[in-house]
Write a protein that binds this ligand. Structure first.
Ligand SMILES: NC(=O)c1ccc[n+]([C@@H]2O[C@H](COP(=O)([O-])OP(=O)(O)OC[C@H]3O[C@@H](n4cnc5c(N)ncnc54)[C@H](O)[C@@H]3O)[C@@H](O)[C@H]2O)c1
Ligand SMILES: [Zn+2]
Length: 451
């Protein structure tokens, strides 16, 4: 039996859209794609033109707040357009179409031992396990599971079809799909199960997936040059079975990466005790102690998600530290350097705290000092390399972040007007428009302090 559980409510997606404009589709925009792509598109979505439609929408920079007007389109193309709209940036509104989502709930159940996380699976469930997890835990997990290689580099639509193929090969439709792995496995399998209309249980095995990606219902994959997690769904799991024993085999860099997301949640909630405990664990490298804090950390994310389940507003605060974090991650990836997502976000949080201080006069000194002492920021060699990039490259990277809507002279950042108080912009939004000069000045000053 679980020793504790948390219920997450998922309301029906409804009400008028917050879309600021419409995009009128016409037939000539729907171009034929190559044969391989048509096959992939049909296997995933049931129509050969969906990926071509997605590509067109990305190439034309359609954002999530643009509704699609398909009234000029021949009815035979309505279905592929609707299929594309459903997954484009996790769903855009199509004019004249009512949303069919329903309200639901799911439980996050905490277990002390690994085997009981599987006890609820029936023989009609299809269990998919990340290969590394299976390599470490083969003698602890049931036989006959489907072992799959998951990798951020291959977190794409083809990986989603691979999962759909495994399900289809079973013949009989499974009762549930159960995914045992980290955030990559959860995002890919959760997306595949959403496309197949099957319930999906998560068994998260990384710290990041326990405190972050398993909660909130966002699933999806990277799409070509248009970036991370751009195609997907809001598809909440039917249940999350959480057991911290998996963390016994998780490499330290991955533990630290999840730790940064946990600190982000503590900062957003203004939870001093949690922040201090997480910093103390990192400073003393007593990683085991994070286990007891996981429920408090994920509850913070659950509360943000409950207030804004479909990311219409406040949920953007979960990107605290991620604008600079993603910019640095992209820049390092381009140079083929592997630095964890969390380390990049730690640097981004350090920067966002300093900008918050400058703009709102909030005294962030102790928090930036804590981040340095927690040893979560990339090491000196990497920092020197990042510090070496030009202001021009930095500003290009900052404005290309998918959340940036402010043109090339400004950057949108999640800031804190005070500890635990995400700042609001003049129009009530959660991204504050900062002049690029100021953002760059703070980046330079941050490096002077850090190296
Ligand atoms: N859906 C969301 O809301 C959301 C939120 C945050 C992040 N994400 C996504 O999550 C992904 C990152 O997740 P992650 O950090 O869990 O990465 P991951 O799934 O790649 O796992 C990290 C590494 O640890 C291995 N691993 C997993 N469990 C292990 C265990 N118990 N012991 C040993 N090795 C283990 C994996 O094979 C992998 O090599 C990104 O793709 C990100 O976009 C999604
Ligand atoms: Zn993150």
């Amino acid at each position: 039996m679980p020793n504790r559980q948390l219920t997450i409510e998922v309301p029906k997606m409804s009400g008028p859209g917050s879309e600021k404009r419409n995009f009128v589709w016409n037939q000539s925009l729907i171009v034929d794609s190559d044969p391989g792509e048509k096959v992939l598109s049909t296997r995933l979505f049931g129509y050969e033109s969906v990926i071509g439609i997605l590509r067109f929408a990305f190439a034309n920079g359609l954002s999530r707040d643009v509704a699609w007007d398909i009234s000029n389109i021949d009815p035979y193309l309505h279905k592929p357009l609707l299929a594309a709209a459903k997954v484009y940036k996790r769903g855009v509104r199509v004019l004249g179409v009512d949303d069919v989502s329903t309200a639901s709930t799911y439980e996050i159940q905490f277990f002390d031992d690994l085997m009981s996380t599987f006890a609820f699976s029936s023989s009609r469930d299809l269990v998919i396990v990340d290969r590394r997890v299976s390599d470490f835990w083969w003698n602890q997990i049931p036989n006959g599971l489907n072992v799959v290689d998951f990798d951020e580099e291959r977190k794409d639509l083809t990986a989603v079809t691979d999962i759909m193929d495994i399900v289809r090969r079973q013949g009989k439709s499974p009762k549930n799909i159960v995914v045992v792995g980290g955030g990559v496995a959860g995002d890919v399998v959760g997306f595949a199960s959403g496309l197949l209309g099957l319930p999906c249980r998560f068994v998260p095995t990384t710290l990041l997936s326990m405190v972050d990606s398993s909660i909130g219902g966002k699933v999806g994959v990277n799409f070509e040059q248009w970036g991370k997690n751009q195609v997907g769904l809001f598809n909440p799991p039917s249940n999350v079975n959480l057991c911290t024993r998996w963390l016994d085999t998780l490499p330290l860099t991955e533990i630290k990466s999840g730790m940064v997301e946990a600190l982000k949640h503590a900062a957003l909630a203004g939870d001093h005790m949690l922040w201090n405990s997480l910093i103390a664990i990192s400073r003393s490298v007593r990683w085991q102690d994070i286990r007891g804090l996981i429920p408090s950390v994920l509850e913070i994310k659950a509360n943000v998600v409950a207030r804004d389940p479909f990311e219409a507003g406040e949920r953007a605060v979960l990107n605290f530290g991620h604008t600079l974090g993603h910019a640095v991650e992209t820049m390092l990836n381009r140079r083929r350097l592997r630095v964890s997502h969390g380390a990049c976000v730690a640097l981004g949080m350090f920067h966002a705290l300093r900008v918050s201080s400058e703009i709102y006069g909030f005294d962030a000194g102790q928090y930036t000092k804590d981040l340095i002492e927690a040893n979560l920021i990339p090491d000196r060699d990497i920092l020197n390399l990042i510090a070496g990039i030009s202001d021009d490259e930095f500003s290009m990277l900052l404005v290309s972040d998918k959340k940036n809507l402010f043109g090339s002279n400004y950057v949108g950042l999640v800031l804190l007007s005070d500890w635990g108080h995400p700042a609001r912009s003049e129009d009530g939004g959660w991204l504050v428009k900062i002049p690029m000069d100021l953002a760059l000045k703070q980046i330079r000053e941050s490096f002077l302090l850090l190296v």
